[in-house]
Design a protein around this ligand. Structure first.
Ligand code: SF4
Length: 362
């Protein structure tokens, strides 16, 4: 297969052609590469941004010289930082080849040391969901595992996050993470490592538009993060119109993949439903969700999200009365419903709004 015959989302990420990223390596990888010093020490230093000096790990000169010769040490660069009036922050990050991605920091709404980072997994997205600004941008390439981990390390550093704060990671930013499963999963292994950031898989959620085969692949991997599905419609016709993925993996096939997902102790499936006025917000839609879920209702959270309006889409958010009626109908059907507060809207950092203004098509 030639480079030009690959899908855009399979396009070689920069590190495959060159040195491996220091930030995507596990201790055993440092050892296999013949790194000087203790492999665990190198891993800890690379993964603990609290200990860095001048945005770089604190290591001896000999080790730094070995790393400079053998590893890619480039981290994403913060290009723009926009703080929302609700306290969330959208960050635009520049990658080594000049591409841009976006990430969002959502501080806890409560007085405790929790924070959530919403991460990108690709530059753009191939899925073409019609309500999403990233979808309108199209796909440029996958992120490497080093870029995904680097995204988090840079955010922790620049936001001044303390080691004691409990971090939750959501792969809900730009991209379809299951189109980049190899690199996303490598990053999850690094995040989850006891000597690194040590983030439990219960606090890492991968959100997919509904790639049933990707869900089945992820189900077989270890460590396995929690799973979220972007549902958004209740008939195949309506869902295919909103989300082209449904033409390949329809609602019945998606339901089959979810039913086979091996839920861990206390784990719940998350279903995301973006409510769009006059499109998917009737009580009949709510009834169909209940029917479609069937036994999935026992272990799930259903998040209702008001459409975040943006220039690349004509969809509007529903009025409050319709939203309440929709939520009440779902609850009557036995669903665990949360109406999500949209955060970061004023800085285009809310769900479905992530895109560089200069990247929009047409
Ligand atoms: S909603 Fe997610 S999967 Fe769909 S186009 Fe946007 S980023 Fe891609």
């Amino acid at each position: 297969m030639t480079e030009s015959s690959l899908h855009p989302w399979d396009r070689a990420a920069p590190e495959r052609a060159g040195k491996p990223s220091a930030y995507a390596l596990l201790p055993e990888d440092f050892a296999a590469l013949g790194a000087p010093g203790r492999a665990e020490h190198l891993f800890v230093q690379c993964q603990h941004p609290w200990a860095w000096v001048d945005d770089r790990p604190r290591l001896s000169r000999a080790i730094r010289e070995w790393m400079a010769r053998n590893l890619d040490l480039v981290l994403p660069e913060i290009l723009e930082r926009r703080v929302s009036e609700d306290g969330s922050t959208k960050l635009v990050l520049g990658l080594s080849d000049g591409e841009h991605i976006e990430a969002v920091h959502l501080p806890s709404e409560f007085r405790d040391p929790r924070l959530t980072l919403c991460l990108s997994s690709q530059v753009g997205c191939a899925m073409g969901c019609t309500f999403c600004a990233t979808g309108a941008m199209g796909i440029k390439r996958n992120l490497t595992a080093g870029e995904i981990v680097g995204q988090v390390l840079v955010l922790l550093r620049v936001l001044g996050i303390k080691r004691t704060q409990r971090i939750t990671l959501l792969f809900m930013g730009m991209g379809e993470p299951l189109h980049n499963l190899e690199h996303v999963h490598r990053a999850i292994r690094v995040f989850n490592h006891k000597q690194g950031l040590n983030i439990s898989v219960r606090r890492i959620t991968v959100s997919t538009s509904g790639l049933a085969n990707g869900i089945e692949r992820l189900a077989r991997l270890s460590p396995r993060p929690w799973l979220a599905i972007s549902l958004n419609a209740t008939t195949d016709a309506a869902r295919s119109a909103l989300m082209p993925v449904n033409r390949v993996w329809n609602l019945a096939r998606l339901r089959q993949a979810l039913a086979a997902w091996p839920l861990g102790a206390r784990e719940r499936l998350t279903l995301e439903y973006v409510l769009m006025a006059g499109v998917n917000d009737t009580v009949e839609d709510a009834d169909r969700i209940g029917e479609w879920m069937g036994s999935l209702r026992e272990r799930h959270n259903l998040n209702l999200i008001r459409m975040n309006e943006h220039a690349a889409s004509a969809f509007k958010e529903p009025d409050e009365g319709r939203l309440v009626a929709f939520a009440d109908r779902l609850k009557a059907r036995g669903c665990f419903v949360t109406v999500r507060k949209s955060r970061g809207r004023d800085v285009q950092g809310a769900c479905g709004q992530l895109v560089r203004a200069d990247s929009r098509r047409g």
